[in-house]
Write a protein that binds this ligand. Structure first.
Ligand code: ZN
Length: 245
């Protein structure tokens, strides 16, 4: 049976956990997407012909609509991890995302590092976002991606208590600071091919908003998404995360 929960930490990456210092191990467990020391999270199943495009830090008035156009043009569905604080002010845009058949996930209310946030505030961040998104779309929220990938056991426990599956990723580049769409697409292609060689689907992260600065330019990220779709649409299936849960 295919387990949607990737339980392997690749040998090469596991080395980082052996640094010896407790602080180093803690940082690894809290921040490294492949670490399962702090509990399981959905990454990607052993389906090397599937790709999940996921977009964090939206909704964004400028870039989310551009992205929606590209996805619609290619008839591709994606997963959007929205910030509750941004969604609250843009209910129509959130409804547009949902109406187009994309999956909407919880990316917290205000994008704190949840590895260093009190349990009560973690709950508030997640609960408030769930409530806001559900009120806007009328649909339940099932997925949660921790900001920065930062977590600890309490974060995952609280997420599960709220009915959320924690999600990490296995294909990312610094798209938020990269001016070239070509380079973002190139870096992600390398990550996708790496996962494919190991027999895994790719859970790809891009950003259609800026969690610090909503005016941040996300054109390279949005363009790179289109380039990846062009590159892979003939050979891969683009899926939303509910296909893996
Ligand atoms: Zn984020």
């Amino acid at each position: 049976m295919i387990s949607p929960l990737t339980t392997e930490v690749y040998a090469g990456l596991g080395v980082a956990a052996c640094a010896g210092l407790a602080a180093g191990v803690f940082a690894y467990a809290a921040m490294w997407p492949g670490s399962r020391i702090f509990g399981k999270a959905l990454i990607a199943p052993k389906r090397p012909d599937e790709l999940a495009l996921t977009f964090d830090d939206g909704p964004n008035a400028t870039w989310t609509p551009r992205l929606l156009e590209i996805l619609a043009r290619h008839d591709v569905r994606a997963t959007f991890f929205l910030l509750g604080s941004r969604a609250e002010g843009k209910p129509e845009l959130v409804r547009r995302i949902a109406a187009a058949g994309h999956v909407i996930g919880n990316h917290s209310w205000s994008h704190p590092n949840l590895a260093r946030t009190s349990a009560s505030r973690v709950r508030e961040e997640l609960e408030r976002t769930n409530e806001t998104l559900e009120q806007i779309t009328g649909m339940p929220v099932n997925f949660f991606r921790p900001p920065f990938g930062a977590r600890r056991p309490a974060v995952l426990r609280i997420a599960r208590e709220l009915g959320l599956t924690p999600v990490l990723w296995n294909a990312m580049t610094s798209d938020w600071s990269e001016p070239s769409a070509e380079r973002i697409a190139e870096q992600l292609t390398k990550a996708i091919e790496g996962q494919r060689r190991h027999g895994y689907a790719a859970n790809i992260v891009l950003h259609d908003g800026g969690h610090r600065d909503p005016a941040a330019n996300r054109e390279p990220s949005v363009t790179a998404a289109g380039m990846l779709i062009e590159r892979y649409k003939a050979t891969h299936r683009f899926v939303t995360l509910d296909a893996w849960s």
